[in-house]
Design a protein around this ligand. Structure first.
Ligand code: FUB
Length: 615
């Protein structure tokens, strides 16, 4: 079955290879000194459309549609999820919801939006109802932002032949679902988010509210479709696709969630080769981001679209600036830590590759051929990596992974050999030495070998010299039992395989009897006096909503000092929170003990810890 599927997919690869070649060419052009490197569109291995971003627990989750290769209509059968902590490296979470989720729907997996509430994630989508061929709004629900999503109610939530739901919860807890093309409608959702009170109301499409369109008597305003409603500083915004075709993105504002709306003008002018556009707007990590789609990938157009993102700043009076499409995209937030396990499908730019569901959980990168590569942006090697490890599989005779810096033809700092493993999902681990990987670089994993498909890669991780650029923690990703970990104070350690941030396990601590108790590592012999260390650790509560932080207890000349390594941040049982910070470690006299640990500001709730690095 595996072979058959590969053969089938490979039939499509002629065009995909052309896409990859042209994409590579775009990158080469972009590598001319002084020009920015292309990081838009966000995804290169499939066509994506209708972005709906959601900020949750320190990550941006991006929900999109999936335009099929070679489409000549909006032939869309599934939705896809991506996520990023830095706005440039995006993890492919596959397709946790499709038309098959809704037994009563038969086509048109079009533009939706996800919202978090009640410890769950609700995904509102337009689909075609099989029984009458009418477009209606369905709702999926999941316990995690990456799904899997199930049909929440087994029937359409609401429907009148119109499309493009957006959802918004006001400060008073009242939720609103808006949708519409050609009209603009809303209902008040109940707190369960899967039912509503009253009936659908029509928002008056006045020219004062939505601008003036000329030459179309049945559509006198600019409003077309794709509303995106949110509130900022007490003002309600409706960002929408205007005046098909081609569409531009415009917006209106209102003093309340149902209006009256005032037209405010264009945000993104008509650009590119897609005749639709569709926006999603968020604030993340102190910045504001505008997601949209265009036809920028090779082979792209109105039915083969791609999602992109730009960073922007609101004007002082709350209006939005004009935003242009770019190939540069948003700047990176922070850097990527190579000393914790990174999924291979966390990619800034992929050339020639595809992804698939991995037998080890999540996705893996596959269909890798000679010359294909993955770019991971802004990787912080610090003082130096010494080795590279990758989880790989190959049903053929494998190939090589060239670890390169700065470009696909940049310096090779290590080469790992991958042999045949007997199957595309028969995984093994390969490690090779790395030298001269210091500081922060774009990392390129370039694949080399003979003809045909070479290998699959599921995840990778660098190791650093102790006390050097690499993490000073042992088993920070908790993939090797509880090795290396102890307890600061009281508590019971265990490896939790039910809930992991990455990989297959996390570190559980229960039975804490004081707030300062937590999982710890002895790092006494690994520290350099006066050096700056960056901490990165994912934490989740097993109960309650405590505030967690990472701390270093340093004992020198009989005196213990406590260095706060990360700001305290609220953690809950609903998801993972990244604690991160940089601090200079110094002491006077002779260091007799140094303990890295995670604690809480108060309380004794159990914690889960994963993907920890201190480097
Ligand atoms: O992707 C299908 C449709 O195209 C969406 O529902 C509209 O917003 C437009 O982007």
């Amino acid at each position: 079955m595996k072979v058959a599927r590969r053969t089938t997919t490979r039939t499509n690869r002629g065009s995909r290879r052309a896409v990859a070649w042209l994409a590579s060419l775009l990158c080469v052009v972009a590598l001319v000194p002084g020009t920015a490197r292309a990081d838009n569109p966000i995804v290169q291995h499939i066509y994506t459309a209708d972005p709906a971003p959601l900020v949750h627990n320190g990550r941006v989750y991006l929900y999109t549609g999936h335009d099929e290769d070679g489409s000549t209509y909006f032939t869309m059968r599934e939705w896809r999820v991506w996520s990023s902590a830095d706005m440039v490296n995006w993890t492919d979470h596959g397709s946790p919801m499709s038309l098959a989720t809704f037994a009563w729907a038969d086509a048109n997996a079009w533009a939706g939006q996800v919202i978090a509430r009640n410890g769950k994630f609700y995904w509102y989508v337009p689909v075609r109802q099989r029984s009458n061929g009418q477009m209606v709004i369905g709702v999926g629900v999941a316990d995690s932002p990456t799904g899997p999503f199930r049909d929440a109610i087994g029937r359409p939530l609401v429907g009148n032949g119109e499309i493009d739901p957006t959802v918004f919860v006001d400060d008073d807890g009242q939720a609103y679902l808006y949708w519409g093309n050609p009209g603009l409608w809303y209902v008040r959702l109940n707190a369960d988010m899967i039912s509503f009170s009253g009936s659908a109301a029509r928002i008056p499409l006045t020219t004062a509210g939505f601008g003036t369109r000329t030459g179309n008597a049945s559509r006198p305003t600019l409003y077309e479709e794709g509303p995106w409603v949110f509130k900022r500083n007490g003002l309600y915004y409706n960002v929408f696709a205007a005046e098909c075709c081609s569409e531009f993105i415009a917006y209106s504002t209102a003093p309340g969630p149902t209006g009256p709306w005032t037209y405010r003008g264009t945000i993104m002018p008509r650009q590119g080769s897609s005749f639709t556009n569709h926006a999603g707007v968020i604030d993340f990590n102190g910045g504001s981001y505008f997601f949209y789609h265009n036809g920028a990938l090779p082979g792209g157009g109105g039915y083969t679209r791609s999602v992109a993102v730009e960073k922007f700043t609101y004007n002082a009076n709350g209006t939005l600036p004009t935003i242009s499409m770019s190939t540069t995209g948003a700047p990176q937030v922070g850097t990527l830590n190579p000393y914790v396990r990174q999924e291979a499908e966390t990619i800034a730019w992929g050339s020639g590759i595809e992804t698939e569901v991995s037998s080890e959980g999540g996705m893996n990168v596959g269909w890798i051929e000679n010359g294909d590569y993955l770019k991971v942006k802004g990787v912080a090697f610090g003082a130096g990596a010494t080795s590279f490890t990758a989880r790989v599989a190959s049903a053929t005779s494998g190939g090589r992974i060239e670890v390169r810096l700065d470009s696909a033809s940049g310096p090779v700092v290590g080469t790992c050999t991958v042999g045949g493993t007997g199957g595309w999902q028969t995984w093994t681990t390969t490690t090779c030495a790395v030298s001269a990987a210091t500081g922060t670089h774009d990392l390129y994993l370039r694949f080399a070998g003979g003809s045909g498909t070479l290998l699959n890669i599921n995840w990778w991780q660098f190791n650093g010299s102790t006390g050097g650029g690499g993490t000073v923690l042992t088993n920070g990703d908790v993939e090797n039992g509880t090795t290396g970990w102890g307890v600061h104070g009281s508590g019971t350690l265990a490896r939790n395989t039910a809930t992991a941030h990455g990989g297959s396990g996390s570190l559980s601590i229960t039975g804490r009897t004081a707030a300062w108790n937590g999982p710890s590592q002895d790092v006494t012999s690994k520290l350099t006096n006066g050096r700056s260390y960056t901490t990165s650790v994912w934490v989740r509560a097993q109960s309650g909503t405590p505030s967690a932080k990472a701390t270093l207890a340093l004992t020198a000349n009989g005196t213990t000092n406590y260095l706060q390594l990360t700001p305290a941040a609220g953690v809950s049982a609903n998801g993972w929170t990244l604690l991160t910070g940089t601090a200079t470690v110094s002491w006077s006299g002779t260091l007799s003990s140094a303990s890295f640990y995670v604690e809480t500001a108060a309380g004794t709730d159990g914690l889960l810890v994963d993907d920890a690095s201190f480097q």
